[in-house]
Design a binder for this molecule. Structure first.
Ligand code: 13P
Ligand code: SF4
Length: 327
């Protein structure tokens, strides 16, 4: 077991005053009006990006927002599969992603050709795909899920179907435990969330006695098992509002702390640490910088395109998810 390094915990104290916009943020807001753009940002984006966004949320909320967007341009501040999903559900808009290299280790772990080969060998399998996958994988799937609705999706699949869950084995294992459904699990994982360890979380917990631990389901089972709550990033906001505790340990990517501090300004949030660092950044999410956001609106690039017939095929399981989510 690696030794826990001697670092200070990362603590975001209650916010007293609203932040002012910087010149580059003012420039982005002006460009946004000029281009008739809407900025959608994931909870893991840096604070400066979250501040200029029209909507900040989890993958599920962002999918609904993308589908209903009326603006000419959707500037998606997140990772590639999220911007791709926006284009799939709303193809008439120009979709921009500040950095085309902002990928995802989960998405990379499940190439469409390998899933196609698996399906060819197992033709009756019902494929549930976590939204963290490519358009090509979505096009081969029966229903999409996010961490916020995965249990609800799996509960709606006919009991006699044999389920393959791709690409996150940790989320899949958690859903299987919550639903009692046996599932075959694709061996993918989030490189960032698997870095949280029991010893690192227990250490910070000892420093903040009584503070509940809320963890993302992409964490490994041992970490999920010691958490007080396991949920999507959006549900973390609900948890933070509802818990009587005024200090909360947040075991997910560090950007989440900014969203939490905005929504629940009177509470203190402590970053879940790893064995080697006081917080945990997703290197892909952090490829988006405030300068790249400005440049994307200036140059109207990089633009996301999802060619037919992949787009239409991928829309079917996404739409099924959006419909089943409302049930
Ligand atoms: P959420 O949908 O819970 O925000 O998760 C997205 C993600 O990529 C987590 O790593
Ligand atoms: Fe992918 Fe993990 Fe980054 Fe989320 S945190 S985008 S799952 S690599």
């Amino acid at each position: 077991m690696p030794a826990v390094l001697n670092y200070e915990p990362l603590v975001l104290l209650p916010r007293r005053e609203a932040p002012k916009f910087t010149p580059i943020q003012e420039e982005i807001l002006a460009l946004k009006r000029e281009r008739n753009a809407v900025i959608l940002a994931h909870n893991y984006q840096i604070e400066a990006i979250q501040q200029v966004a029209d909507y900040v949320g989890d993958s599920l909320g962002l999918s609904y927002q993308a589908q209903s967007a009326k603006a000419d341009v959707i500037l998606f501040c997140g990772v590639h599969f999220m911007a791709e999903t926006a284009k799939i559900v709303n193809p008439g808009r120009t979709v921009l992603l500040p950095d085309l290299d902002a990928g995802c280790s989960l998405s990379d772990s499940c190439p469409a050709d390998r899933l196609a080969a698996y399906k060819a060998a197992n033709p009756n399998v019902y494929v549930v795909a976590y939204i963290n996958c490519s358009a090509g994988v979505k096009a081969l799937s029966d229903v999409i899920c996010t961490s916020g609705n995965a249990v609800k999706m799996v509960n709606q699949i006919p009991a006699d179907r044999d389920i393959l869950f791709v690409p996150d084995q940790n989320l899949g294992q958690w859903v299987s435990q919550k639903t009692g459904r046996q599932m075959r699990l694709w061996p993918g994982s989030c490189y960032a969330h698997v870095m949280f360890t029991v010893q690192a979380i227990e250490k910070v917990r000892a420093q903040f006695p009584g503070a509940p631990v809320v963890a993302h389901p992409e964490c490994v089972q041992a970490v999920r098992d010691i958490a007080d709550e396991v949920c999507s990033t959006e549900l973390m906001v609900k948890f933070a509002k509802e818990t009587p505790a005024d200090r909360i340990i947040v075991v997910t990517e560090s950007g989440m702390l900014h969203r939490l501090r905005k929504e629940v300004p009177h509470k203190t949030f402590i970053a879940g640490p790893t064995d080697t660092c006081a917080c945990n950044d997703c290197r892909f999410m952090k490829m988006n910088t405030i300068e790249k956001v400005r440049d994307a609106l200036k140059t109207m690039s990089p633009e996301i395109d999802v060619p037919e017939p992949i787009r239409s095929a991928a829309l079917v399981p996404i739409q099924r998810m959006l419909d089943w989510s409302k049930r």
